[in-house]
Write a protein that binds this ligand. Structure first.
Ligand SMILES: Nc1ncnc2c1ncn2[C@@H]1O[C@H](COP(=O)(O)OP(=O)(O)OP(=O)(O)O)[C@@H](O)[C@H]1O
Length: 133
């Protein structure tokens, strides 16, 4: 389908429009594909599991669990968006290009910021508990 034939009020090409159920199925597929193919996501999930286990051991309160949950989700979401951006750029062209480099580096930078924030939050929550304060 050419771009000119797309309805500006609904930019999804007709052949990809589906039910709510198929949208949910596609989203689950996206999550599974990302976790299967992205080593960084697998490492982040291992770290998240350790953090959740530590949260149980140190008996985090409801607010601390909320902050930890948001931090873990933030890292996973930025990593998945980074993967989506990388895939899109690679689909457009595998040729070296400074704009592709910038786009990939900016996306990777977003992941780095989310990881640093998660580490800082983890330290703020767990260090006082480890030190027994
Ligand atoms: N087509 C390209 N043109 C220019 N630079 C590129 C291109 N593809 C990748 N790069 C550079 O190489 C880096 C790594 O890109 P790549 O697509 O291999 O990501 P990756 O190593 O799989 O990253 P991640 O670990 O986040 O999945 C990019 O951040 C960018 O600096």
């Amino acid at each position: 389908m050419t771009e000119s034939k797309l309805n500006p009020d609904n930019l999804t090409p007709p052949r990809y429009r589906g039910s709510l159920l198929s949208a949910f199925h596609n989203a689950i597929r996206g999550i599974l594909i990302a976790f299967k193919n992205e080593r960084n996501l697998q490492v982040q999930m291992v770290i998240a599991t350790v953090v959740i286990f530590a949260g149980i051991v140190f008996e985090l309160n409801i607010t601390e669990w909320a902050i930890i949950s948001i931090s873990i989700s933030f890292v996973i979401v930025t990593e998945m968006l980074n993967t989506a951006i990388e895939n899109t750029l690679n689909r457009i062209s595998l040729e070296e290009h400074p704009l592709t480099r910038n786009a990939k580096d900016v996306a990777a930078g977003a992941v780095l910021i989310s990881c640093i924030a998660a580490v800082v939050i983890g330290c703020q929550i767990f260090i006082p508990k480890i030190l027994g304060n």
